[in-house]
Design a protein around this ligand. Structure first.
Ligand SMILES: [Zn+2]
Ligand SMILES: [Zn+2]
Length: 280
């Protein structure tokens, strides 16, 4: 697995690859292409796209080393039609933006059913994804992120994720797995449980559908269903939990991103590099 950071785009998209390389010597990175707290943003201008491509080349990144995280407001599992419509529009916009910069894909949280029931929420996500794919560019992946299972969130079991993956082709829909979310949702990654968890994953879905990882330690305990990212080695997962993951050839070559905060990325990366023995 390649080790990456979430890189700020402050001052222009081109600054994300520059920061990822110069500040952390990251091998990959995740970015927002617009404010993650807003539905809409101005389209990306051609000169910004060009500057970004130049920066990618200058800092030694392949275009696919970058992946996008979509807006936090998106909820296609919602029973509220208006919210679903807005979310679908927002996701299409995210994919269009990501396509412009040739990013690997866009991660998004499948959302919450808000007491309309899990089955209904799961079904709405399938319908929503279909509507997005019908209208979005097809050269960029829609990447479903596993959730912690907080409140009425869907997408915290391998079964939920498999339901969506099975409904769509692998060149359009993929997965981003978050270590913290997996763990708090009851999928243990600490040795010796790691291999058993991955075998369970494989009974539901093809691991080749996983196209990126979020590497976060967990601030809250196993099965707590509570989201909270801790620096690597300082949470309930612990550094040991990352060793089998980083050295698993199922994930070889995949991009990843840390999602704590920029002030701890350097230490996080150092710890992870020390335990990675497999080629990135
Ligand atoms: Zn996320
Ligand atoms: Zn999280």
């Amino acid at each position: 697995m390649k080790l990456g950071v979430h890189a700020s785009r402050a001052g222009g998209l081109k600054n994300a690859p520059q920061r990822a390389r110069e500040n952390y010597d990251a091998e990959t990175f995740q970015l927002f292409t617009k404010s993650q707290r807003r539905w809409k943003a101005k389209p990306i201008q051609d000169n910004e796209v060009n500057a970004y491509h130049e920066a990618m080349e200058e800092h030694g990144y392949d275009e696919n080393d970058a992946f996008v995280h979509g807006a936090y407001l998106i909820n296609i599992a919602s029973p509220d039609d208006e919210q679903v419509d807005k979310s679908i529009e927002a996701l299409i916009d995210e994919l269009e933006r990501a396509s412009k910069i040739n990013a690997l894909g866009v991660c998004f949280h499948p959302g919450s059913h808000k007491k309309s029931g899990e089955e209904d929420g799961i079904h709405r996500v399938t319908e929503g994804i279909q509507r997005v794919l019908d209208q979005a560019p097809d050269d960029v992946l829609l990447m479903i992120e596993n959730t912690p299972g907080a409140g009425t969130q869907v997408g915290y079991t391998f079964k939920h994720l498999a339901t969506w993956l099975d409904a769509f082709p692998p060149d359009r829909v993929a997965l981003t797995l978050d270590t913290c979310h997996l763990f708090v949702a009851g999928h243990d990654l600490r040795p010796p449980a790691y291999e058993e968890t991955m075998e369970r994953l494989e009974t539901h879905l093809d691991p080749a559908r996983v196209k990126a990882w979020h590497l976060n330690d967990a601030r809250y305990p196993f099965e707590s269903n509570k989201d909270g990212h801790a620096p690597i080695g300082e949470g309930h997962l612990g550094l040991d939990a990352f060793e089998p993951l980083l050295n698993d050839d199922r994930w070889q070559g995949l991009p990843s991103s840390l999602e704590t905060s920029p002030d701890v990325y350097e230490t996080d990366l150092k710890r992870l590099r020390e335990i990675r023995t497999l080629d990135a």
